[in-house]
Design a protein. Structure first.
Length: 177
């Protein structure tokens, strides 16, 4: 092999390796996942986000991992996303969650979320008994290693008392046509 070809081959190999890592994302946490359901969230007549629920089990099982993908349709600040999540967790959990716990979870969500624009994709992966991973696009943004947080966070969409039962049914694939 000529010495001139060796750097070229090494460069091509490096590009192939980096390219494969660039495509790695939340799907690595959930191999074989398929869309269970889709829906959109609107508030006051405005599109806020489109949502897709991914899982390897259908119907969704509470002891199985899943991914909730949100594709935002408008600009929303990180602070507003975090505050809306905290408000819903408080509403659904009531006094079972302490103020200190909520404060810690708020700090975790500050690291998990970003300011979003139309087209921003955030995917939360629920890992039973472990916690949650949050991806922006295909990049891991942050991992929260707290199973209680993960359950409380995803209950925003999947608890029967959710503010949007129609979206819940659409995501779970149980909505009636």
């Amino acid at each position: 092999m000529s010495p001139q070809r060796s750097p070229l081959r090494h460069g091509l190999w490096l590009l192939a390796l980096l390219g494969s890592q660039a495509f790695a994302g939340w799907q690595d946490s959930l191999p074989g996942a398929q869309v269970i359901g889709t829906g959109e969230f609107r508030m006051y007549g405005f599109d806020v986000y489109n949502a897709r629920l991914w899982s390897v089990s259908r119907p969704l099982a509470s002891d199985q991992p899943f991914a909730l993908e949100l594709i935002y349709q408008r600009a929303i600040s990180r602070e507003d996303l975090v505050q809306a999540s905290i408000d819903e967790i408080k509403r659904l959990s009531g006094p079972s969650i302490s103020a200190g716990q909520l404060e810690a979870w708020q700090a975790q969500m500050q690291q998990s979320f970003i300011d979003v624009q139309a087209g921003t994709r955030i995917t939360g992966v629920y890992l039973p008994g472990q916690g949650a991973r949050f991806f922006v696009g295909q990049q891991l943004q942050y991992e929260v290693k707290d199973p209680q947080f993960a359950r409380a966070f995803f209950d925003i969409w999947f608890d029967p008392r959710t503010r949007n039962p129609q979206l819940r049914q659409q995501l779970l694939g149980t909505a009636k046509p």
